[in-house]
Design a protein around this ligand. Structure first.
Ligand code: M6R
Length: 610
């Protein structure tokens, strides 16, 4: 999604803005630009494609100034052209704007302004903002009233920054739904989509809340709530763990993050399992009594986080015996679901900013339900707006294709289901301890899988020309099949579909041919023999099989063209292990095809628009 950066201070703004934009690259974008007040005038530079194109443009046509705004655009309204790239300005170039989100009533505003002879040059919704401000005489008059009146006319979810030629001592901002963070350092101020874009000197930050607006100066922030009341921001410390933003010798962030998974799981276990194997979710601001009485749980999430929720449902039903459902957040928010009684809504999100998931939280809360969120970005909108939030402890995830956050989601949900099982007196401490001893083997087991990454690479290279793939799994491995297929299509652009093994003969089997590899996730489990039947069916039709099996099993490899062993473990542990070779498979197919796995086309890391 679009990334925004604003700066005011003693440094050269173009360098600070470029640094921030590079840091926001991972969000996904198709053009980039900056605006700087240079010698009293707003200068705009923008181009399509990568930020290095913008950097080149700045070398050819430099700008010099100490206040500016920057943007990476992920196209929604209008093609990814340089005219549609941000910043956008009014005709006299006295007001420039960068914006993340959507102005839903832009068409009406645009028509009104056109009837007053305002000329529009782009196809974007954003352009109405500087034009509307200009029509309200913003650059001449008192900022407070004009700004407040103008933003009250905008509908939708957005965060934007404004540079005004006549007011070079400030950068204006407004947030309504899209993320925005203010950062402070001595004699300088920053406004960014997420804290990764701060330079190292920024030590304090404030997460701007919905409806808030104002401006920053070198000295600080002037902040108002939506009714125009002045507020004091509560600044908190910035965590500058720079290793998260470096590839540390890996070719891509995605590969680095796949290899970080043993550490991530160790970290979660350290945080969540205390002495005597007692599971700790003590940070949840939700009474134990309420959790013990739960009758129903509804998961809401999207993409990879939805697949984690599907496994979370199996964990909660198995261990805590609570009726559980899984909803696409994009459907949940619009279908007015029946939510009542002792029901808990659980939102899962890596970014904590997914617009659909956030909207489902709003609809659940409107029905007076409690919402628990599992989020990786703990300072995000989703965690703030939930009744209680649990940290996934995966560390910053940069690769657009989610890997380590998924494994963190699975481990966290397994532990949470055990926590509920204890609160409901379904499992004793001793029974939970037995399960936890197995969970503790995970980091080592994941390492064993990663040590064999080269064999996955070889398999991936043999399949690089295939255009279609089928992924099959049952029970705990059905969501793994969906996740394996999602990873592959996201970064290699091959068509891939995941199915529950039992559904295969109801249609997808028609696709089997030597050109359509079938990836069968077949570890030892209660449905093992059923999956073996799927393998037989594919083999009988001369299909190509790549299977994931349990170490020591000889039957599945004998039926497969290619196979990969994961360590022997209980059935509920297998999805945490079996997904690792599939992440590697997707990565290596993408590399073999010459794709860029960290920035797949059309995708954004956090989907902050509908
Ligand atoms: O940040 P979230 O977990 O809420 O994101 C949900 C999906 O957008 C995300 O999982 C997406 O599907 C990833 N690109 C998957 O790799």
């Amino acid at each position: 999604m679009c990334g925004i950066v604003g700066y005011i201070g003693p440094k050269l703004a173009d360098a600070v803005l470029l640094f921030g934009l590079y840091r926001l690259e991972y969000r996904g974008y198709d053009s980039a630009g900056i605006a700087v007040i240079d010698d009293g005038e707003i200068e705009i530079r923008k181009d399509t494609g990568k930020i290095r194109n913008l950097e080149r443009l700045l070398k050819e046509h430099p700008v010099e100034g100490n206040v500016g705004i920057g943007h990476t655009r992920w196209a929604t309204h209008g093609a990814p052209t340089s005219v549609n790239a941000h910043p956008h300005a009014d005709a006299s170039k006295s007001i420039a704007v960068v914006h993340n989100g959507i102005i839903e009533n832009y068409d009406q505003i645009r028509k009104d302004l056109q009837s007053k002879n305002f000329l529009f040059v782009s196809d974007t919704d954003t352009e109405v903002i500087p034009q509307l401000l200009k029509s309200n005489n913003f650059s001449k008059d008192e900022e407070y009233d004009i700004f407040k009146t103008t933003i009250s006319k905008l509908e939708g979810r957005f965060a934007f920054l404004i540079l005004v030629e006549d007011k070079p001592d400030r950068v204006f901002f407004c947030r309504n739904g899209s993320p925005l963070v203010y950062g402070r350092s001595e004699n300088e101020g920053f406004l960014v989509s997420d804290s990764s874009a701060f330079i190292a000197s920024v030590k304090e930050q404030y997460f701007v809340k919905d409806g808030e607006w104002g401006w920053i100066t070198r000295e600080g922030i002037v902040l108002f709530d939506k009714d125009g009341n002045r507020k004091e921001p509560e600044l908190i410390e910035v965590d500058h763990d720079l290793t998260q933003y470096e590839k540390n010798g890996y070719e891509h962030f995605m590969l680095k993050e796949i290899f970080e998974q043993p550490t991530v799981v160790r970290n979660i276990l350290d945080k969540r399992i205390g002495a005597n194997n007692l599971i700790n979710f003590s940070e949840l601001t939700m009474s134990k009594d309420f959790q013990a009485k739960l009758f129903r749980i509804v998961f809401t999430s999207a993409g990879t986080s939805l697949h984690a929720a599907m496994i979370g449902k199996l964990y909660i039903e198995k261990f805590a015996k609570i009726m559980t459902e899984v909803e696409f957040s994009s459907e949940f928010r619009y279908r007015n679901p029946i939510l009542e009684g002792d029901t808990l809504v659980i939102a899962i999100s890596q970014s904590g900013e997914t617009a659909d998931t956030l909207a489902s939280i709003h609809s659940a809360k409107a029905k007076f339900l409690k919402v628990l969120s599992f989020v990786n970005q703990i300072n995000s909108s989703i965690s703030r707006e939930s009744t209680a939030a649990a940290n996934l402890f995966a560390g910053t995830e940069i690769g657009v294709a989610s890997t380590k956050a998924y494994v963190a989601e699975l481990v966290s949900l397994l532990l949470y289901s055990l926590h509920l099982a204890k609160l409901k007196w379904i499992l004793t401490d001793e029974e939970i301890s037995v399960i936890l001893e197995e969970v503790k083997k995970l980091p080592k087991q994941i390492e064993q899988i990663l040590e064999k990454a080269d064999s996955i690479k070889e398999i991936a290279y043999t399949m690089r020309d295939k255009r279609d793939f089928i992924f099959l799994g049952r029970s705990y491995e059905h969501p793994t099949a969906l996740e394996g297929a999602l990873k592959l299509k996201e970064i290699s652009y091959a068509h891939a579909s995941g199915y529950a093994g039992g559904e295969f003969k109801h249609g997808p089997i028609a696709l089997v041919s030597k050109d359509v590899p079938v990836i069968c996730i077949t570890p030892k489990s209660e449905v093992y023999t059923k999956m073996v039947s799927n393998l037989e069916e594919v083999r009988a039709r001369n299909g190509i099989i790549f299977s994931i099996h349990t170490e020591g099993d000889e039957s599945v490899p004998a039926l497969s063209n290619y196979s990969f062993a994961i360590p022997d473990c209980s059935e509920y542990i297998t999805p945490i292990l079996s997904v690792i070779p599939l992440q590697l498979f997707a990565y290596y197919v993408a590399i073999a095809k010459g794709c860029e796995p960290d920035q797949p086309r059309n995708l954004a890391k956090s989907v902050t628009v509908e």
